[in-house]
Design a protein. Structure first.
Lengths: 218, 223
């Protein structure tokens, strides 16, 4: 079987419509992961021991189970409890929550990297907890973690084909349905793969440049 | 639909059988993937530019395309060029090649943590290249590698769930079958989540035991 250009061009619009959904899912999911991860990292520093332990257990459980099964859980089990999610919502929630457990580790490392003296100084200046976080700790903790967070953004982008399993009409889903319909797998699957290379390679170079930049300013 | 106890036992057995396939897939992919990772990771530090470029291209290719796309490509496109793989072979091939790409980065990073002086001392003692690798570099980088490979093993275990999409009857696939046949959702998915969690915890425990075993005698050398 050889490559058929006409077929490849004819399926391009359909794949592009899928690519738009892929990008949407990535951006929404990663936004959720970034925000939720920070919340987890801050909550894990609480002095309240049972709360700390509960969060730790939940995060470990999420990290040690596959995203695919978590997606099935959100998509098939929650409706039985009366919570009906659209495929895209379930997908974004799944990716966001799963990767929040990873970004939380990045934030934790960043927060621990802030010198103890900074906390003491904030207390000496009579800052409230919220002021300490917003004006002292986070402005120093976040910049060094940007490259690591950027890497997770790329990872999440590469995880989106998984959403095809819960019927989100993203790129992989469109590619597979075109392939099944015409019974031609070479062009659609290769083009889907190429799409990932085209986006990921510059993104990885960008992340590496960021890392270099951060190391220089330190 | 009301199911009898015998029905549930039958379904539990199905999940158990799927779990065994998950365990086998994880072990096979880790064994092949880690061995390849060691070779590729060392090749990326080779003296010869051609070897470095080839292995860099391999790693970057696998890291820049999604594992899902790779898996479907291996399963659906390779047969078109005459390579016919069964679903399980395609699954293990896809997982191992991917694991090798990520693992080789860990090997490379770990080998680079060995101080230059160790390398120079090896030369001063007139050790051959192979002896330096075998007796100086690898034992020291192995201690650094273990915790990294702990994480990677758990990632591989989690990745095995996706081979259910190319019809391999592992744990997630069986959970899907049970959902379709019984309409019950909570039990099959919660049971499989619990299985994955326990398996991952077992892997983590095993690696931590290994780490303690291999860290002996290295405390003074590596902080």
């Amino acid at each position: 079987m050889s490559w058929d250009w006409d077929f490849a061009i004819s399926i391009l619009p359909r794949l592009l419509s899928g690519a738009v959904v892929t990008v949407q899912a990535t951006l929404l999911g990663s936004t959720l992961a970034m925000v939720l991860g920070l919340a987890i990292a801050i909550l894990r520093r609480t002095a309240h021991r049972p709360l700390r332990w509960t969060i730790h257990s939940i995060v470990e459980f999420i990290r040690r189970t596959p995203l695919l099964v978590q997606l099935y859980f959100l998509f098939y089990v929650l409706p039985d409890a009366g919570i009906l999610l659209s495929p895209l919502t379930a997908g974004v929630l799944g990716i966001g929550i799963h990767y929040a457990s990873y970004t939380a580790e990045v934030y934790r490392a960043g927060i621990e990297g802030v010198h103890r003296g900074q906390w003491d100084a904030a207390r000496a200046c009579n800052l409230r907890a919220s002021q300490t976080w917003l004006h002292v700790v986070l402005p120093q903790a976040v910049p060094p973690m940007v490259p690591a967070l950027a890497n997770y953004l790329i990872v999440m982008f590469k995880e989106t084909p998984l959403l095809a399993a819960i019927a989100v009409a993203e790129l992989m889903n469109q590619g597979l349905s075109v392939a099944n319909f015409h019974y031609r797998y070479l062009e659609p699957l290769t083009m889907v793969g190429l799409f990932f290379v085209i986006i990921t390679v510059p993104a990885m170079l960008g992340a590496r440049w960021l890392e270099h930049k951060v190391r220089q300013t330190r | 639909m009301a199911l009898s106890i015998e029905d549930w036992l039958g379904y539990l057995l199905l999940l158990g059988r799927g779990g065994m396939v998950t365990v086998k897939l994880t072990i096979a992919s880790c064994a092949i993937g880690f061995s390849l990772a060691l070779v590729i990771g060392l090749c990326r530090l080779s003296r010869f530019a051609a070897i470095r470029w080839a292995t860099t291209a391999y790693v970057e290719f696998f890291r820049s395309t999604s594992i899902y796309v790779q898996l479907f490509w291996v399963y659906y496109v390779l047969p078109l060029v005459g390579v016919n793989l069964s679903a399980i072979e395609a699954g293990i091939l896809g997982l191992s090649l991917n694991t090798a790409a990520y693992g080789s980065e860990l090997v490379r990073a770990a080998v680079q943590t060995v101080p230059r002086e160790q390398h120079e001392a090896g030369i001063a003692l007139n050790l051959t290249r192979w002896q330096r690798l075998r007796h100086v570099t690898l034992p020291q980088s192995f201690v650094v590698m273990l915790p990294l490979f702990n994480n990677l093993s758990i990632e591989v275990m989690k990745l095995t769930a996706i081979v259910s999409l190319i019809t391999i009857t592992e744990l997630t696939f069986q959970a899907q079958i049970i959902r379709v046949q019984t309409g019950s959702t909570a039990i099959p998915y919660l049971a499989s989540l619990a299985f994955y969690f326990l398996f991952a915890s077992l892997i983590a425990f095993g690696f931590r035991t290994l780490e303690r075993r291999f860290a002996r005698g290295h405390e003074g050398v590596r902080g």
